[in-house]
Design a protein around this ligand. Sequence first.
Ligand code: CAA
Ligand code: NAD
Length: 285
Amino acid sequence: MLEHIKSVGVVGSGLMGLGIAQVVATAGFPVTLCDISEEAVNRGYQQISKQLAKDVAKGKKEQATVDQILGNIVTTCDYGKLADVDMVFEAVFEKMEVKKDLYTKLDAICKPACIFATNTSGLSITEIASVTKRCDKVVGTHFFNPVPVMKLLELVRGYDTSDETFQIALEMGAKIGKETISVKEAPLFCVNRILVPMINEAMFVFAEGIASAEDIDTGMMLGANHPIGPLALADLVGLDTLLLVMQTLYQETCDSKYRPCPLLVQLVRAGHFGRKTGQGIYKYD
Ligand code: CAA
Ligand code: NAD
């Protein structure tokens, strides 16, 4: 099935989109990376280039390989450039209205056979697909941050996702070196349903003064063998994204156990989104 996929679009060149563009280009696909502004898309490309330069410095990649990967990526703000791609990975803001608006546009621009793969952290694939005339070709491909490092790709079926589309997603996952798991559609799917409430709970523990941020993180690293603590992870994910994801779980289930921690809400209101703004739970240079 994957032989039908010869070129790929990535929409959104933020934290996740740039990582997706990097792994897809590394697997040899020509990638068109698209964002709303020249500034955003150039920043994304520069980040990829910086990350690959680190790999060369560490002796993990040859310069020639890096040149080839970067040569596979073109950047644009013009969605029209996606007219001929065979598969689009979407990684724009975690807001249903933003995604629906984008998919309405993409549906009009992209050829009918093009597959739409959303990297949503937990929104309904079925609802995203509903604004297109190709509900069978829309699938959830949920990557993990940082994309080049994290092995998992969580695949999610919408109500109308066809077996063929799902098979292409499975084969694409293998081609770009990810282990896939297959998950039914449900708020936050599988991994985030478990992980995000845990991070939210860590915020409550911190906000209630039960332990310092450092001790909470050390506790979970040494006591539960997590690679980084939940508060450092919140800053890595982005508190803005994390809040949107937690709100989805709360709104979809109407279960008070999923209410976002007020400190998380307050930090987002203050514009402290974590690493990407230089301040979240922790401060960064
Ligand atoms: N891009 C590419 N590579 C990166 C990277 C990035 N952004 N960040 C780190 N790396 C690489 C480094 O180059 C390094 O590679 P080598 O070992 O080959 O030299 C390796 O990762 C380790 O990096 P560091 O030594 O700098 O730091 P670390 O040991 O603390 O590891 C980490 C960094 C891999 C991010 C690690 O802290 C970790 O695994 N954290 C947990 C990540 C996690 O749980 N992600 C899931 C978030 S939830 C999600 O994604 C879903 C959602 O919808 C919100
Ligand atoms: P981000 O804020 O870093 O990047 C989002 C990018 O999308 C920005 O560059 C923005 O300019 C761009 N964008 C917004 N609207 C657009 C549009 N209409 N057309 C083109 N570009 C547009 O966010 P992120 O962390 O990369 O998250 C992106 C998606 O990936 C979200 O759905 C999020 O839930 C999901 N996700 C995030 C993580 C994480 O750890 N941050 C992990 C897995 C999945």
